[in-house]
Design a binder for this molecule. Structure first.
Ligand code: AMP
Ligand code: MG
Length: 403
């Protein structure tokens, strides 16, 4: 198969999504990063009644300026009595406005004596938070497909809702491969070995987006073992993500086993890093065969598997933000693939620049750790310092809420 351009590959892959998981009700305490299955409308107004935005005095605007007797004290949570003409009420932030009052005077502007208070003039309505200012009954508080953030959960709580209908989290199986890999904690490396980082990175990428990891196993480069693991994972997961073994080496068995146990619909993208990415299905379960190099695995998960998973989860896919900054680096030789360069942002505002964080080799995880974003370099492009380059913030590639 020839290399597929990135945009084309993503389109083809996203088109394969044909369903969402079942909805289920969950309590707000566990609703973070869950994807809304049914839009939520406000059952009531917020605030539920006019209330004071300040600690101070409630007055009728026609009675001030002047020296007024203080007739009542209204802390938040207590029902006020009617304010009689010519009187002021001591009031605190969040307390309901007494009938008869139409303005609040902050206590800093008042001169209180034992039983009365000298107050300046006011504008009608000042420092009053009106009923329904924030939310009106019937307002949409959460849309279908929205991934719930702390502030979104707060909105639901603010109207007294305690459960929300969300999609059952996707079940994702993670399989890493390679005879050279050793699990952290399993003792020192023997010659030729390296530690398995992808298994942890991918599990956290999956979980950070609100999905469930059904298993995360490591496999040797043994075709029968890979085949068995793929079949087992396919039976228990909505999607399989593997790392390694999809390149062209003789010990790369994952792609071959995808073809034997299912089918391959796409292999090799015109991107750097991440070229060997494979996509297909095993016994009807979609599978992303990511390259084994840690940066390639991270980037292909973030750019390709993540949007698919979000869509399959029932999530809406807002565009990943990109913003132009000044290049503070040089790319002298044009490449044949679209590149994603690890960059650090320096400077502020219009003078903001992007500098490379270090080696752009696909095995170098430190330069990804130090990156604020990925600079996009179209195929065939060169860069000289001062050129405008587009940068995707890294946070948009692992946190929920972006396409
Ligand atoms: P592969 O795609 O299997 O050819 O692997 C490409 C490179 O990534 C090799 O240098 C592997 O040793 C390395 N690699 C593969 N899997 C992992 C992993 N799980 N953790 C860290 N490095 C890996
Ligand atoms: Mg390998």
């Amino acid at each position: 198969m020839p290399l597929t351009p990135f945009d084309e590959a993503l389109e083809v892959i996203l088109e394969t999504v044909d369903r969402t998981p079942e909805p289920e009700p969950v309590g707000l305490a566990v609703a973070l990063n869950r994807y809304v299955a049914h839009a939520v409308l406000a059952p009531c107004a917020v605030p539920p009644a006019d209330n004071s935005a300040m600690d101070g005095y409630a007055v009728s605007s026609t009675d001030v300026p002047g020296l007024l007797p203080v007739s009542q004290r209204i802390p938040a949570g207590q029902l006020p009595g009617t304010l009689m003409p010519g009187m002021a009420a001591r009031i605190f932030t969040g307390a309901e406005i007494p009938p008869g009052a139409d303005a609040i005077i902050p206590q800093e502007e008042a001169e209180a004596t034992e039983t009365s208070v000298r107050l300046p003039s006011v504008t009608v309505g000042q420092h009053i938070r009106r009923r329904g200012d924030d939310i009106q009954p019937g307002d949409c508080l959460a849309s279908r497909g929205q991934c719930l953030r702390p502030q979104d959960v707060g909105l639901l709580a603010s109207v007294g809702i305690d459960t929300v209908s969300v999609y059952r989290p996707l079940r994702v199986a993670i399989l890493t491969t390679g005879d050279e890999l050793r699990e952290p904690g399993e003792g020192e490396l023997e010659p030729g070995q390296i530690f398995n980082s992808n298994r942890f990175v991918l599990a956290h990428q999956v979980q950070a987006l609100g999905f469930e990891v059904t298993e995360s196993h490591h496999l040797p480069d043994v075709p029968v073992e890979i085949a068995a693991a793929l079949r087992r994972a396919a039976a228990n997961a909505d999607c399989i993500v593997t790392a390694g073994g999809v390149s062209v080496g003789e010990e790369d068995h994952v792609r071959g086993e995808i073809e034997k146990q299912g089918s391959l619909s796409l292999w090799r993208l015109a991107i750097k890093p991440g070229k060997p990415l494979a996509f297909g299905e095993v016994q009807g379960t979609p599978i992303f065969g990511l390259p084994g190099n840690p940066v390639s695995a991270w980037i292909t998960f973030a750019l390709v598997a993540r949007p698919w998973l979000v869509k399959r989860q029932g999530g809406i896919l807002p565009a990943v933000p990109r913003f132009p900054v000044q290049a503070r680096f040089t790319v002298a030789r044009p490449g044949s693939r679209q590149e994603f360069l690890r960059v650090r942002l320096v400077g502020q505002g219009l003078a903001m620049g992007a500098e490379l964080t270090g080696s752009q080799s696909s095995g170098v995880l430190t330069s990804l750790g130090e990156a604020d974003g990925l600079a996009l370099l179209p195929a065939g492009a060169t860069v000289t310092p001062g050129d405008r380059v587009e940068v995707i913030p890294l946070s948009a590639l692992w946190q929920p809420g972006f396409g």
